[in-house]
Design a protein around this ligand. Sequence first.
Ligand code: ACM
Ligand code: ZN
Length: 729
Amino acid sequence: MAKIFLSILSLLMLSTASASATTPDGGIVPRPRHAELRDGVFTILTTTQITHYSDLRPSACYLAEYLPLQVRQYNADSRGDIVLRIDKNLEKEGYILDISPEGITIDGGSAGGVHNGIVTLLQLLPAKIYSGRQHLPIKIACRRIEDAPRYAYRGFMLDVARTWMEADEVKLFIERLSHHKINKLHLHLADDEAWRIEILTHPELAQKGGFRGPEEVVAARYGAFDRRYGGYYTQDQMREIIKFAAARNIEIIPEIDLPGHSHTLARVRPEILCRYTPDTNASLGYDTRDLLCVSREENYALLEDVIAELAALFPSEYLHIGGDEVITSQWQRCPDCQALMRRKGMSKPTELQHYFTARVSAIAARYGKRVGVWNEASEGSTLSKDALVYGWKDVATCRKAAAKGFETVVMPGAWFYFDMRQSADEAGHDWAAIFDVKKPLSFSLQAQGFTAEEMQNVAGFEGAFFSEVYLSHRDYDYNYIYHLTYPRICALSEVAWAGGGSWEEFYSRLRDSHYGRMEAMGIEFRLFPPKVSYSDGQLTASSSDGGTIYYTIDGENQGEHHIYTSPIKTTTPARYAFHTRRGPAFSPEAGVKERFSQIRPKFTLTSSMTESERYKFSGVESYSRVGRTTRAGKQGDWILYTFDEAVKCRRMLIRTGNVQTPRYLFEAGYLEVSHDGKNFTRVCDLDHGCGLIENPTQPIKAVRVVCTQSGNGARFVTVQSPKVWPILK
Ligand code: ACM
Ligand code: ZN
C-alpha cells in the first residue's frame, strides 16, 4: 500500500515539474518582471560552450560549476552557444535572458545583472542541476525573460557572534542566498558574546574575544559551558569569503556592534569601560558591563585602528557600527560621562549615544565609508544623512527613519527575523512574533502606511538570523539555521526583488517548482504542519506541501515512523503525532489539540538563593512570569519545586534561565525528584539549564534543581514555572 501511494505521489510530482517547465516564468523564485514562452527548444550538449565578455569570467565560471561546460572568452568569430554580455542600457542588476533554438544569451546591466540572469537560467533547468546529478543533454524550452529588481538592497543578516560558523559554512549560506538573488550579506561580527574578525593592530580582540569558556576572559553563554568555544576569521579568510560572495553578486557588509553589545570588547580591553567600580558580588566577581565609555578619548583611537582595517578589508561602501539597545545606566554612573554631558549641555544620556555615533561616523567617513546603524542610532538629530538606517524594532521605527530622510533597510523583527519560531511549539524565539513564510510574503509598505516620500527612502529589505539558540541546536540531526530561514528567505527574496504578491500565486511556484530545487540543494527547509482531524473514531491527516506524511504512536515501537496512507481508526488520537517530509525538508509535528495541552499544578518555590524584589517567586508559582534570584548560582545551590499534591504526568520540564535567550541559568547541574517530599533521587543532568523528566513511574511530589558549577557570566539566575504534560488517554 505504501509503495503504491509513493509511486502515485512521484507521478504527481513529475507532472507538476513538467507543467512548471512550460509556464512562461518557469516557476522561478523570485518572480520575474516579464516572461514569455517561444516556440522550440534549445539543447545543452556536452559540447555546448559558455562564452563571456572579458570581465565576466567569474560569472561564466559560476555557471560552469552547475553546467560542466567549456568556458571561453567571447570573440566575434566563435560566438558560442551560451553567451554572457553586459548591456549598459539595462538597469544595473537587470538582465534579459533569451533562449532560442540556436543558443542562450544573458545580457546584464552589470556583472550583477548577468549573475541574476544565470540564477534564473539555472532555475529553468531540472532541479538535479543543484545536486550535480543531472546529466547532459538537457532540453530547455525557448523563452525570453526581461527582469530587474524592485529594490537595490536585498539583504540577509547573519549573527556569527553568538554561534560561530566556519568560513565554509558561511560560504554555503552565501551560495544558497545567491540562488535567491539576495545581494547583501550583513555579517554581525562582534557582540557581547564574541569578536570574530582578526584585527592586525590589536590581535587580542579576536584571539581572546573569539572564544568563550570556563578559562577564557569571556564567560560561556548559550551553551558549550564546559569548554573553550569559538573561532574567528583571519583577514585572509575574510578576503576569500568576500571574493566568493562577490562572484555571486553578494556584497559583505561588516558590523561591529557599538557602543552597547560590547561585553567581549570590554572583557578583552577592560579600560574601555566607564570609570567606576562595579558591584560584582552578585556575579561572583565577574564584570558583566558591556558599554564603551563615551568620554574616554583613547576609545576613539582604538576604534579608528579597527575601522581603518575593516575599511581596507571590506570593499563595501558601508560599515555597520551597530547602535541598538544601549542601556545607558553605565554612563549615568560614570563621572567622566556625566562631566561630558554637562560640558556639552546634554540633558539626556541618549544624547551621549548620538555624540558617540557622530564621532565614529566621522572616523568611518575619513576611511571612505558610509555607516550603517540600527534604528536607535538615528533617533537623535546629529546622524549624518548619508547613513543607512536598519529598522529592526518595528514598522514605526522604519517609517520614522525614512520620514527623516534616511535611506532605510526595512527589517522589522515581527516580519523579517527568521530566528523567530514558525509555530507555537517549534524551536526558536518568539519575542517579536511567531510567524511562518506567509507573513514576510505579505509585507507591503503601502499596507503598513508608508507615505510616498517614505517609500522613496526604502533601500530594500533584510532578513535576519540572530544565533542565541543556534549553538544549543548544533548537535541536532538537521541544520537548524536552514530550517528556520527557509522558505522564509524565499519570501524575503520575492518581496525585495518583485515587490511581493499574492500568497496563492507565490505558493504554487514555491511548492510545485522551488521546493524541488531546495531539496536538490540539500536545504532542510520547513514544511507546513500536516492538518490533522479526528471524527467518528478516525484520525485523518493531509498536507498541502506534497511529500510523505509520517506518524509515530506514543509508547509503541520506540517511536517508529509509519507512513500515513489512509485514516486511522483509534480511540486514543492524542497518542499520534504526524509530520511531513520531502527530501531533507520536514514539518513540525501535528496532532489533535489534547496532545499539546499542559497542566498547571499548584506548587511552592524555595531556593538556597534569595529572590529578587522585582521578579518574585510568586510570579513563578502563579505561572504568570519568570522569577529571579539576586545572584548567580554557586556550586551546591538549589531551587526546589514542592507540589501541593503529587503530580501525575507524562513529562515535566524544569528550566533555569531565559527561554528566549538561554542565559541566567545554572550552567551545569542536575534534577532530583521526590515522590514523598522527603527522599530525593537524581534523575537527569541539566542541558542548557533544563532538565526533562519523561514518563515518571510515580506521581511527583517535589523536584530539586542542583547547581554544580559556580557562576554564569551574569548577576542572577532566572527561575521558570514547570511545564507539565498530562498523561494521555
Ligand atoms: C537587534 O535585534 N537588537 C538589532
Ligand atoms: Zn563613561
